[in-house]
Design a binder for this molecule. Structure first.
Ligand SMILES: [Zn+2]
Length: 469
């Protein structure tokens, strides 16, 4: 593979900010210095006037994923291509333990699907059955397969939910073996009562998805998960935190030195539950879990990002089309046209995470670019066992680099994006800051909106110890 030189850019990592050239060869950053001279066989890119950032790390995606009767519409090829266009070069995706089978069988099947990935991918394992055999398999996953994180659900009874005893056992096993559990914290049993009562009263519209999942139940489950992890002496990661009550539980625990980490997602930072007032079925586009909250919760999330009680922004990219055509009902929100509880929960976001969060955090909330990089790349790489291979620009790290124009203005349009999904949560939103070029292990895969990558070039990331930051 030819070497690549990126010249004259402003390199910003979680801690540095300086101008230099970067030479990448055989996929790794070999030299960082002033005025590096190279021969004619080197691919040279001028980054004058641009930010040079480590590739984004998105630790929460559901690609080609079965969820009850539904399936997400992006393949690994289309989902990771969208990721690349948005400056994300590492994705950690959720893989299911098949019901009644070993999680190792789920991983094997996931490897077949991920073979078309265009960026580097790792896997978290969703544990559905926690018993002696699957606990032993968790050890094998950590030590042999490079899968050091496990998703546990406190929601979706009968589909994904685990009881407290199972949560505790999985947390303890993971913690004792260098692994970490990632918990979806909502009280599923009480939510089920509220859903049944709403439907019995004839409330079938999408907005009842939000009404039946109140923030207090996210706060309760987050508190419970933290206490179980504390007893298990294991690190814990709260996925897609959306509620002030949940953040209060995380903050209280972190102040006591408990190893709990939290992520939030762009939709909780930039959208509110007013979207559910849209007429007709349009509000179904915003049916994700947890639901969008009101402005008060948003203020808490921004506070948490400032004080490091929220450490990661990931997408929870879980795309279902609004329309049933052309991919079919299985991939569409239309399954829930007459019953909000049948709307597949999830929304797209992989392609817009970096620019959207840059604009909101740096331009509008005064966040430093260093802190921005930390949240979208460095901390996720550290927590999920990929640092310093991923998450920074340093000699020896992978040459995953994004050239970013902090001044360019553009508008988010689903029609111009690369996911197979047929809508965008942020349709029509103007954004300042745009991805110009993206390098995966030194190879330029996106340049000025032109695709130079290929399906299958993404490598599997066998990950190390999780929960360190
Ligand atoms: Zn998710």
């Amino acid at each position: 593979m030819a070497a690549t030189l990126i010249k004259n850019g402003r390199i910003v990592t979680a801690v540095d900010d300086y101008t230099a050239d970067i030479l990448v060869a055989e996929g790794k950053i070999r030299t960082i210095g002033e005025d590096i001279q190279v021969g004619p066989d080197v691919d040279v890119h001028d980054a004058q006037g641009l930010l040079v950032l480590p590739g984004g790390v998105d630790v929460h995606t559901h690609l080609d994923w079965e969820f009850g009767p539904s399936r997400t519409v992006d393949t690994f090829e289309t989902g990771t291509k969208a990721a690349a266009y948005g400056g994300t070069t590492t994705v950690i995706d959720f893989c299911n333990q098949p019901r009644g089978q070993s999680p190792l069988a789920g991983l094997e099947e996931w490897h077949v699907r991920r073979a078309t990935a265009c960026v580097d991918v790792g896997a978290h394992m969703i544990m559905l059955d926690v018993n002696d055999q699957s606990l032993a398999d968790m050890k094998t996953l950590i030590h042999r397969e490079g899968v050091s994180t496990f998703k546990l659900f406190m929601a979706y009874p009968g589909v994904l939910m685990l009881d407290d005893g199972a949560l505790f056992k999985a947390m303890r096993l993971a913690g004792a073996n260098g692994g970490m559990t990632c918990v979806h914290a909502e009280n599923g049993a009480v939510i089920q009562v509220l859903i049944e009562e709403a439907l019995a009263q004839g409330h079938t519209a999408p907005k009842y998805h939000s009404v039946t999942r109140p923030s207090i139940l996210e706060g309760e489950a987050t508190h419970r998960a933290i206490r179980l992890a504390e007893l298990a002496e294991a690190p814990l990661y709260i996925v897609h935190l959306s509620a002030g009550e949940a953040l209060a539980a995380v903050t209280e625990a972190r102040d006591r030195g408990i190893r709990v980490h939290a992520e939030t997602c762009p939709h909780y930072l930039f959208l509110t539950d007013e979207e559910y007032l849209r007429p007709g079925f349009d509000a179904a586009k915003f049916v994700m879990t947890p639901p969008l909250r009101d402005h008060n919760h948003q203020a808490h999330l921004w506070r948490g990002l400032k004080t490091d009680d929220v450490q990661v922004v990931s997408t929870d990219h879980c795309p279902f089309c609004f329309n049933a055509e052309p991919y079919g009902m299985k991939f569409s929100k239309q399954q829930g046209r007459d019953d909000f509880s049948k709307i597949p929960n999830g929304a797209p976001g992989l392609e817009t995470r970096l620019p959207l969060f840059f604009d909101g955090a740096v331009n509008q909330h005064g966040m430093s670019i260093n802190r921005f990089v930390e949240i979208v790349s460095t901390t996720p790489a550290k927590l999920f066992g990929l640092f310093p291979r991923k998450g920074t620009i340093a000699v020896g790290s992978d040459g995953d680099i994004v050239l970013f124009d902090p001044k360019e203005q553009w508008t988010i349009r689903a029609a111009e994006q690369h996911s197979r999904v047929d809508y965008a949560l942020f349709e029509g939103r103007p954004v300042t800051g745009r991805v110009k070029k993206v390098f995966l292990r030194g190879q330029c895969i996106v340049a000025d909106q032109i695709w130079h990558g290929r399906a299958g070039m993404g490598q599997y990331l066998s990950r190390g110890e999780a929960g360190k930051s």
